[in-house]
Design a protein around this ligand. Structure first.
Ligand code: ATP
Length: 267
């Protein structure tokens, strides 16, 4: 299935619908005409060379891109059939938090890191229970339950990254946007993170950029392959080449560029 045939619209089952999305840095085109649909409770990975626009695409989905005044997007993104601009932006980012490749914790305790977001957004429920449930969902509760008052920044890289996930989960999201969450983790920690992500997709929709092709093949349901193409002015522009169920994309890629990329023949 090429990008053109991919399920742009899956009807009521499409949670997020991206149509003709382009991203510019002032007048320079960075990402060209992306259209794809994200089905609920699936893990969708974005793969492609460095600079092909994976992070930009993620940052458009919750309007994080608006924090960069030099960037703007055109086209349309619908979440639950409503344009992103119909949503209150802070509510949108609670429903779709973005987790970065490097942990970005506050210099506060483990508990405060998880409780911070719900508190700021006026959570009225049992905060202790929410912190516990968020830590349980990333398999950190048993290890950390007696250390909740300790500084989050003293945790290992793996634990910090999972704590970032717990902090996002405490916002009670529907979608988790993950920008290469296993970057810098060793093989064992990556394996544990992958197990955690597979558990999380029972509850949430996950959209993840990754440089690990094998990881995409192992754990994702759908894969979008982006590549850098050179335009007539000699500038490189990110484009969606193919979007398909992961097994198909890896075993029977339709586009020659995808074939080369997934078989390790990078140009
Ligand atoms: N804030 C920004 N201002 C200007 N250009 C940007 C900005 N963010 C990204 N870009 C440019 O957009 C293009 C796509 O970058 P992006 O980070 O999305 O690629 P990527 O596929 O995520 O790369 P990587 O795998 O290295 O993270 C690059 O040319 C990058 O320089």
């Amino acid at each position: 299935m090429t990008a053109l045939d991919a399920p742009v619209s899956m009807g009521l089952d499409t949670l997020l619908e991206v149509r003709h999305l382009s991203v510019f840095c002032r007048h320079q085109l960075l990402l060209r005409d992306i259209s794809l649909g994200i089905p609920p409770r699936q893990l969708v990975t974005l793969i492609g060379a460095s600079g092909s626009g994976k992070s930009l695409l993620l940052s458009c989905l919750n309007r994080f891109i608006e924090l960069f005044p030099n960037l703007h997007m055109t086209g349309e993104i619908k979440y639950r059939q409503h344009s992103l601009y119909e949503w209150d932006v802070s509510q949108l980012r609670c429903r779709m938090p973005l987790i970065f490749s490097r942990p970005s914790l506050f210099p506060k305790s483990i508990y405060e890191n998880v409780a911070f977001g719900p508190r700021v957004h006026g959570y009225q429920g049992d905060l202790d229970a929410l912190v516990q449930s968020s830590l349980e969902q990333v398999n950190l509760w048993q290890t950390l339950k007696n250390h909740l008052g300790e500084p989050a920044l003293h945790l290992s890289l793996e634990q910090q990254q999972r704590l970032c996930l717990a902090r996002a989960i405490a916002l009670q999201p529907e979608i988790l946007l993950l920008d290469d969450p296993c970057m810098g983790l060793d093989t064992a920690a990556t394996h544990r993170m992958e197990e955690c992500l597979c558990q999380l997709k029972q509850t949430y929709t996950l959209i993840m950029a990754t440089h690990h092709l094998r990881q995409a093949a192992r754990i994702s349901d759908w894969t979008a392959f982006l590549a850098l193409q050179t335009n007539s002015e000699g500038q490189t522009v990110g484009q969606l080449i193919e979007y398909a169920p992961t097994r198909l994309l890896f075993q029977r890629p339709q586009h020659p560029l995808t074939r080369d990329y997934v078989s390790g023949r990078f140009l």
